[in-house]
Design a binder for this molecule. Structure first.
Ligand SMILES: [Zn+2]
Ligand SMILES: [Zn+2]
Length: 391
Protein backbone atom coordinates (compact mmCIF):
# COMPACT_ATOMS: atom_id res chain seq x y z
CA UNK A 1 0.00 0.00 0.00
CA UNK A 2 1.12 3.59 -0.61
CA UNK A 3 1.77 5.75 2.44
CA UNK A 4 3.25 9.22 3.09
CA UNK A 5 6.39 9.25 5.19
CA UNK A 6 9.09 11.68 6.34
CA UNK A 7 12.31 10.26 4.91
CA UNK A 8 15.74 11.01 6.40
CA UNK A 9 18.59 10.85 3.91
CA UNK A 10 22.34 10.94 4.40
CA UNK A 11 23.80 14.44 4.51
CA UNK A 12 20.42 16.17 4.61
CA UNK A 13 19.30 18.02 7.68
CA UNK A 14 15.70 18.20 6.48
CA UNK A 15 13.07 15.49 6.26
CA UNK A 16 11.50 14.84 2.86
CA UNK A 17 7.79 13.97 3.01
CA UNK A 18 7.23 11.59 0.12
CA UNK A 19 5.19 8.60 -1.00
CA UNK A 20 6.62 5.17 -0.32
CA UNK A 21 5.35 1.60 -0.31
CA UNK A 22 4.47 -0.43 2.78
CA UNK A 23 3.90 -4.18 2.86
CA UNK A 24 0.37 -4.03 4.34
CA UNK A 25 0.30 -7.48 5.96
CA UNK A 26 1.46 -7.52 9.59
CA UNK A 27 3.60 -10.52 10.46
CA UNK A 28 3.77 -12.50 13.71
CA UNK A 29 3.55 -10.14 16.73
CA UNK A 30 2.99 -7.09 14.50
CA UNK A 31 0.12 -4.67 13.92
CA UNK A 32 -0.61 -2.18 11.16
CA UNK A 33 -1.51 1.27 12.49
CA UNK A 34 -3.05 4.36 10.97
CA UNK A 35 -1.06 7.04 12.78
CA UNK A 36 -2.74 9.82 14.73
CA UNK A 37 0.30 11.49 16.33
CA UNK A 38 4.02 11.04 16.84
CA UNK A 39 6.34 12.88 19.23
CA UNK A 40 9.76 14.11 18.24
CA UNK A 41 12.68 12.94 20.37
CA UNK A 42 16.37 13.81 20.27
CA UNK A 43 17.11 10.21 19.32
CA UNK A 44 15.36 10.81 15.97
CA UNK A 45 17.83 13.60 15.24
CA UNK A 46 20.78 11.55 16.49
CA UNK A 47 19.77 8.88 13.95
CA UNK A 48 19.20 11.36 11.12
CA UNK A 49 22.55 13.05 11.78
CA UNK A 50 24.26 9.64 12.08
CA UNK A 51 25.43 9.90 15.68
CA UNK A 52 23.70 6.52 15.83
CA UNK A 53 24.28 3.81 13.25
CA UNK A 54 20.73 3.71 11.90
CA UNK A 55 21.05 2.96 8.15
CA UNK A 56 19.72 5.75 5.91
CA UNK A 57 17.50 6.42 4.08
CA UNK A 58 15.11 5.77 6.92
CA UNK A 59 11.69 6.58 8.24
CA UNK A 60 12.26 7.57 11.87
CA UNK A 61 9.78 8.40 14.63
CA UNK A 62 9.31 6.37 17.81
CA UNK A 63 6.61 7.99 19.91
CA UNK A 64 3.62 6.89 17.89
CA UNK A 65 -0.08 6.82 18.70
CA UNK A 66 -2.40 5.21 16.18
CA UNK A 67 -5.42 3.06 15.48
CA UNK A 68 -5.03 -0.65 14.73
CA UNK A 69 -6.05 -1.45 11.14
CA UNK A 70 -4.81 -5.05 10.96
CA UNK A 71 -3.22 -7.63 13.24
CA UNK A 72 -0.75 -10.43 12.56
CA UNK A 73 -0.61 -13.82 14.34
CA UNK A 74 0.05 -13.98 18.11
CA UNK A 75 -1.39 -10.57 18.96
CA UNK A 76 -3.97 -11.69 21.50
CA UNK A 77 -5.45 -8.91 23.62
CA UNK A 78 -5.40 -6.37 20.79
CA UNK A 79 -8.25 -5.66 18.36
CA UNK A 80 -8.79 -3.81 15.09
CA UNK A 81 -10.07 -0.28 15.71
CA UNK A 82 -8.28 0.01 19.06
CA UNK A 83 -6.29 3.17 19.87
CA UNK A 84 -2.75 2.28 20.96
CA UNK A 85 0.56 3.80 22.00
CA UNK A 86 3.67 2.29 20.38
CA UNK A 87 6.59 2.34 22.80
CA UNK A 88 10.11 1.13 21.92
CA UNK A 89 10.66 -2.11 20.03
CA UNK A 90 11.39 -5.33 21.90
CA UNK A 91 11.14 -9.01 20.99
CA UNK A 92 8.83 -9.96 23.86
CA UNK A 93 10.48 -13.35 24.29
CA UNK A 94 14.11 -13.07 25.48
CA UNK A 95 15.08 -13.33 29.19
CA UNK A 96 14.95 -9.52 29.70
CA UNK A 97 11.58 -9.22 27.99
CA UNK A 98 10.27 -12.18 29.99
CA UNK A 99 11.31 -10.49 33.26
CA UNK A 100 9.57 -7.15 32.59
CA UNK A 101 12.80 -5.44 31.49
CA UNK A 102 12.18 -5.00 27.74
CA UNK A 103 14.53 -1.99 27.59
CA UNK A 104 17.34 -4.53 27.92
CA UNK A 105 15.92 -6.82 25.22
CA UNK A 106 18.59 -8.97 23.61
CA UNK A 107 17.47 -7.62 20.22
CA UNK A 108 17.15 -3.95 21.19
CA UNK A 109 19.95 -2.72 18.91
CA UNK A 110 18.47 -4.41 15.85
CA UNK A 111 14.84 -3.52 16.55
CA UNK A 112 15.41 0.05 17.73
CA UNK A 113 18.65 1.55 16.44
CA UNK A 114 19.13 -0.47 13.25
CA UNK A 115 15.40 -0.23 12.66
CA UNK A 116 15.03 -3.78 11.33
CA UNK A 117 12.78 -6.72 12.00
CA UNK A 118 14.52 -9.68 13.63
CA UNK A 119 15.05 -11.25 10.19
CA UNK A 120 16.63 -8.03 8.92
CA UNK A 121 13.73 -7.11 6.66
CA UNK A 122 11.82 -3.82 6.39
CA UNK A 123 8.13 -3.29 5.63
CA UNK A 124 8.97 -0.10 3.69
CA UNK A 125 10.47 0.56 0.27
CA UNK A 126 10.60 3.32 -2.32
CA UNK A 127 11.08 2.76 -6.04
CA UNK A 128 11.97 -0.86 -5.30
CA UNK A 129 14.78 0.01 -2.85
CA UNK A 130 14.32 -0.79 0.85
CA UNK A 131 13.96 2.02 3.41
CA UNK A 132 14.82 1.49 7.07
CA UNK A 133 11.25 1.03 8.25
CA UNK A 134 11.15 -0.55 11.71
CA UNK A 135 12.92 2.16 13.76
CA UNK A 136 12.21 1.40 17.46
CA UNK A 137 9.86 -1.26 16.12
CA UNK A 138 7.64 1.33 14.45
CA UNK A 139 9.00 4.14 12.14
CA UNK A 140 6.04 6.37 12.92
CA UNK A 141 6.88 9.56 11.04
CA UNK A 142 4.38 8.26 8.49
CA UNK A 143 0.66 8.06 7.85
CA UNK A 144 0.79 4.31 8.54
CA UNK A 145 3.22 1.94 10.24
CA UNK A 146 3.84 -1.75 10.79
CA UNK A 147 4.68 -1.94 14.50
CA UNK A 148 5.98 -4.57 16.90
CA UNK A 149 3.28 -5.44 19.43
CA UNK A 150 5.53 -6.36 22.40
CA UNK A 151 5.28 -2.80 23.76
CA UNK A 152 1.97 -1.73 22.21
CA UNK A 153 -0.25 -0.30 24.96
CA UNK A 154 -4.03 0.23 24.54
CA UNK A 155 -5.21 3.79 25.26
CA UNK A 156 -8.68 4.98 26.23
CA UNK A 157 -10.58 6.52 23.30
CA UNK A 158 -11.04 9.74 25.26
CA UNK A 159 -7.31 10.36 25.70
CA UNK A 160 -5.86 13.00 23.35
CA UNK A 161 -3.44 11.23 20.99
CA UNK A 162 -1.01 14.16 20.76
CA UNK A 163 -0.56 14.43 24.52
CA UNK A 164 -0.15 10.67 24.96
CA UNK A 165 2.61 10.31 22.31
CA UNK A 166 5.54 11.40 24.57
CA UNK A 167 4.60 8.66 27.04
CA UNK A 168 6.14 6.26 24.51
CA UNK A 169 9.73 7.41 25.12
CA UNK A 170 10.74 10.83 26.49
CA UNK A 171 8.27 11.26 29.33
CA UNK A 172 8.44 7.56 30.15
CA UNK A 173 12.23 7.73 30.44
CA UNK A 174 12.25 10.68 32.85
CA UNK A 175 9.38 9.54 35.03
CA UNK A 176 10.45 5.91 35.22
CA UNK A 177 14.07 6.84 35.93
CA UNK A 178 12.86 8.78 38.97
CA UNK A 179 10.22 6.30 40.14
CA UNK A 180 11.63 2.91 39.17
CA UNK A 181 15.41 3.43 39.05
CA UNK A 182 16.22 6.15 41.60
CA UNK A 183 13.14 5.39 43.70
CA UNK A 184 13.37 8.81 45.33
CA UNK A 185 10.70 9.72 47.87
CA UNK A 186 9.75 11.91 50.83
CA UNK A 187 12.75 13.37 52.65
CA UNK A 188 15.02 13.03 49.63
CA UNK A 189 16.99 15.82 47.95
CA UNK A 190 17.18 15.23 44.19
CA UNK A 191 18.65 17.07 41.21
CA UNK A 192 17.81 16.80 37.54
CA UNK A 193 20.42 17.96 35.02
CA UNK A 194 18.91 19.09 31.72
CA UNK A 195 15.28 20.24 31.52
CA UNK A 196 14.14 18.94 28.14
CA UNK A 197 11.25 16.50 27.87
CA UNK A 198 13.05 13.78 29.84
CA UNK A 199 14.28 16.11 32.58
CA UNK A 200 10.98 17.91 33.08
CA UNK A 201 9.17 14.58 33.24
CA UNK A 202 11.60 13.61 36.00
CA UNK A 203 10.83 16.85 37.86
CA UNK A 204 7.11 16.03 37.70
CA UNK A 205 7.77 12.48 38.88
CA UNK A 206 9.89 13.71 41.79
CA UNK A 207 7.02 15.93 42.88
CA UNK A 208 4.53 13.05 42.57
CA UNK A 209 6.92 10.89 44.63
CA UNK A 210 6.86 13.52 47.36
CA UNK A 211 10.55 14.48 47.25
CA UNK A 212 11.19 17.28 49.70
CA UNK A 213 13.85 19.08 47.66
CA UNK A 214 13.95 19.09 43.86
CA UNK A 215 16.71 20.99 42.04
CA UNK A 216 16.46 21.57 38.28
CA UNK A 217 19.56 22.58 36.29
CA UNK A 218 19.52 23.88 32.73
CA UNK A 219 21.07 26.48 30.42
CA UNK A 220 17.81 28.21 29.58
CA UNK A 221 16.02 30.59 31.94
CA UNK A 222 12.59 29.73 30.44
CA UNK A 223 13.14 26.02 30.99
CA UNK A 224 14.04 26.69 34.62
CA UNK A 225 10.88 28.77 35.10
CA UNK A 226 8.87 25.90 33.62
CA UNK A 227 10.68 23.41 35.89
CA UNK A 228 9.80 25.51 38.92
CA UNK A 229 6.14 25.66 37.92
CA UNK A 230 6.12 21.88 37.47
CA UNK A 231 7.49 21.14 40.92
CA UNK A 232 11.17 22.08 41.23
CA UNK A 233 11.82 23.68 44.63
CA UNK A 234 15.10 25.23 43.43
CA UNK A 235 16.66 25.96 40.07
CA UNK A 236 20.22 26.63 38.96
CA UNK A 237 21.32 28.01 35.65
CA UNK A 238 24.28 26.21 34.17
CA UNK A 239 26.92 28.19 32.28
CA UNK A 240 26.56 28.11 28.54
CA UNK A 241 30.01 26.62 28.10
CA UNK A 242 28.63 23.27 29.21
CA UNK A 243 26.63 23.15 26.05
CA UNK A 244 29.25 24.37 23.66
CA UNK A 245 32.37 23.12 25.37
CA UNK A 246 31.33 20.39 27.78
CA UNK A 247 33.32 17.96 25.77
CA UNK A 248 36.38 20.20 25.80
CA UNK A 249 36.04 20.66 29.54
CA UNK A 250 35.82 16.91 29.99
CA UNK A 251 39.04 16.40 28.10
CA UNK A 252 40.74 19.40 29.66
CA UNK A 253 42.74 19.94 32.78
CA UNK A 254 41.74 18.97 36.28
CA UNK A 255 41.42 22.69 36.95
CA UNK A 256 38.51 23.12 34.59
CA UNK A 257 36.73 20.24 36.32
CA UNK A 258 37.41 21.80 39.69
CA UNK A 259 35.88 25.03 38.43
CA UNK A 260 32.54 23.28 38.72
CA UNK A 261 32.00 22.17 35.13
CA UNK A 262 29.58 25.04 34.61
CA UNK A 263 27.26 23.91 37.39
CA UNK A 264 28.67 25.99 40.25
CA UNK A 265 25.23 27.39 41.14
CA UNK A 266 23.90 23.84 41.48
CA UNK A 267 26.91 22.91 43.59
CA UNK A 268 26.24 25.65 46.09
CA UNK A 269 22.54 24.70 46.44
CA UNK A 270 23.37 21.01 46.84
CA UNK A 271 25.98 21.91 49.45
CA UNK A 272 23.36 23.89 51.39
CA UNK A 273 21.16 20.81 51.34
CA UNK A 274 23.93 18.64 52.76
CA UNK A 275 24.39 16.96 49.38
CA UNK A 276 21.97 15.19 47.07
CA UNK A 277 20.48 11.80 47.85
CA UNK A 278 19.65 11.21 44.15
CA UNK A 279 20.52 12.77 40.80
CA UNK A 280 19.48 12.22 37.21
CA UNK A 281 21.58 13.33 34.25
CA UNK A 282 19.88 13.83 30.90
CA UNK A 283 22.71 15.83 29.29
CA UNK A 284 25.22 13.04 28.56
CA UNK A 285 27.99 15.58 29.32
CA UNK A 286 30.94 13.95 31.12
CA UNK A 287 31.94 17.14 32.95
CA UNK A 288 28.45 17.50 34.43
CA UNK A 289 28.19 13.82 35.37
CA UNK A 290 31.64 13.70 37.01
CA UNK A 291 31.07 16.88 39.03
CA UNK A 292 27.57 15.82 40.06
CA UNK A 293 28.83 12.41 41.16
CA UNK A 294 31.93 13.57 43.01
CA UNK A 295 30.75 16.85 44.53
CA UNK A 296 26.96 17.13 44.61
CA UNK A 297 25.93 13.66 45.78
CA UNK A 298 26.12 12.93 49.45
CA UNK A 299 27.76 9.67 50.60
CA UNK A 300 25.74 6.61 49.48
CA UNK A 301 23.82 8.77 47.00
CA UNK A 302 22.90 7.52 43.52
CA UNK A 303 23.39 9.17 40.12
CA UNK A 304 21.61 7.77 37.08
CA UNK A 305 22.68 8.57 33.50
CA UNK A 306 19.77 8.74 31.06
CA UNK A 307 21.16 11.05 28.35
CA UNK A 308 22.82 10.04 25.10
CA UNK A 309 26.41 11.34 25.06
CA UNK A 310 28.68 11.93 22.11
CA UNK A 311 30.02 8.66 20.69
CA UNK A 312 33.49 9.22 22.18
CA UNK A 313 32.38 10.59 25.57
CA UNK A 314 34.41 9.08 28.43
CA UNK A 315 33.87 9.36 32.19
CA UNK A 316 36.93 9.75 34.42
CA UNK A 317 36.52 9.17 38.16
CA UNK A 318 39.21 8.84 40.85
CA UNK A 319 38.98 5.28 42.11
CA UNK A 320 39.54 5.91 45.79
CA UNK A 321 36.89 8.61 45.93
CA UNK A 322 34.42 6.21 44.35
CA UNK A 323 35.32 3.48 46.80
CA UNK A 324 35.24 5.67 49.89
CA UNK A 325 31.98 7.41 48.98
CA UNK A 326 29.64 4.41 48.89
CA UNK A 327 27.97 6.12 45.92
CA UNK A 328 26.24 4.39 43.04
CA UNK A 329 26.56 5.41 39.37
CA UNK A 330 24.37 3.60 36.89
CA UNK A 331 22.79 4.04 33.50
CA UNK A 332 19.29 3.39 32.26
CA UNK A 333 17.47 2.84 28.99
CA UNK A 334 13.89 4.15 28.95
CA UNK A 335 14.05 4.48 32.74
CA UNK A 336 13.96 0.64 32.94
CA UNK A 337 10.24 0.94 32.21
CA UNK A 338 8.01 -1.90 31.13
CA UNK A 339 5.59 0.19 29.02
CA UNK A 340 2.74 -2.29 29.46
CA UNK A 341 2.58 -1.49 33.17
CA UNK A 342 4.19 1.95 33.36
CA UNK A 343 2.20 3.70 30.60
CA UNK A 344 -1.08 2.98 32.43
CA UNK A 345 0.45 4.47 35.60
CA UNK A 346 1.38 7.65 33.70
CA UNK A 347 -2.10 7.81 32.16
CA UNK A 348 -3.50 7.60 35.70
CA UNK A 349 -1.35 10.56 36.79
CA UNK A 350 -2.50 12.48 33.70
CA UNK A 351 -6.15 11.79 34.53
CA UNK A 352 -5.58 12.97 38.11
CA UNK A 353 -4.11 16.23 36.81
CA UNK A 354 -0.68 15.46 38.25
CA UNK A 355 1.05 15.00 34.86
CA UNK A 356 0.22 18.20 32.92
CA UNK A 357 1.44 17.06 29.51
CA UNK A 358 -0.22 20.07 27.86
CA UNK A 359 2.44 22.23 29.56
CA UNK A 360 5.31 20.64 27.64
CA UNK A 361 3.70 19.55 24.33
CA UNK A 362 3.18 21.68 21.24
CA UNK A 363 1.49 20.16 18.20
CA UNK A 364 2.44 20.59 14.53
CA UNK A 365 0.87 19.26 11.35
CA UNK A 366 2.91 16.32 10.00
CA UNK A 367 3.99 18.46 7.03
CA UNK A 368 5.65 20.95 9.43
CA UNK A 369 8.16 18.39 10.75
CA UNK A 370 11.18 20.57 9.96
CA UNK A 371 9.69 23.52 11.83
CA UNK A 372 9.04 21.21 14.78
CA UNK A 373 12.67 20.03 14.71
CA UNK A 374 13.95 23.62 14.60
CA UNK A 375 11.81 24.60 17.59
CA UNK A 376 13.04 21.62 19.62
CA UNK A 377 16.69 22.23 18.77
CA UNK A 378 16.48 25.93 19.67
CA UNK A 379 14.92 25.05 23.03
CA UNK A 380 11.78 27.05 22.23
CA UNK A 381 9.55 23.99 22.49
CA UNK A 382 10.10 21.13 24.96
CA UNK A 383 8.19 18.39 23.18
CA UNK A 384 6.92 18.85 19.62
CA UNK A 385 4.29 16.33 18.53
CA UNK A 386 3.29 15.78 14.90
CA UNK A 387 -0.39 15.32 14.24
CA UNK A 388 -1.62 13.36 11.23
CA UNK A 389 -5.28 14.24 11.15
CA UNK A 390 -7.81 16.19 13.15
CA UNK A 391 -9.27 14.06 15.91
ZN1 LIG B 1 13.51 -9.27 24.08
ZN1 LIG C 1 13.17 8.74 22.36
Amino acid sequence: MRIRAAIARRGQNRFAIEDCVMDPVPRRREARLRMLACGLCHTDLAARDQHLRTPLPAVLGHEGVGVIEALGPETEGLRVGQRVLASFGACGECPSCASSAPAYCRHLARLCLLGQRLDGSSPLSQDGAPLTGHFFGQSSFATHAIVATANLVPLGEDLPAALMAPLACGVQTGMSAMVNVLRAGPGDAVAIFGCGGVGLAAVIAARIAGCERILAVDLHEERLALARSLGATAVARARRDIDAGGHAIARGSADSRDAGAGIDAALSIATDWGGLTHALDTTGQPAVIETAFLKLLRPRGTLVCAGVGKPDAVLTLPHNLVMLSGKTLRGTIEGDADPRTFVPRMVGWYREGRLPLERIVRTYPFEAIDEAVADMVSGRVVKPVLVFEQE
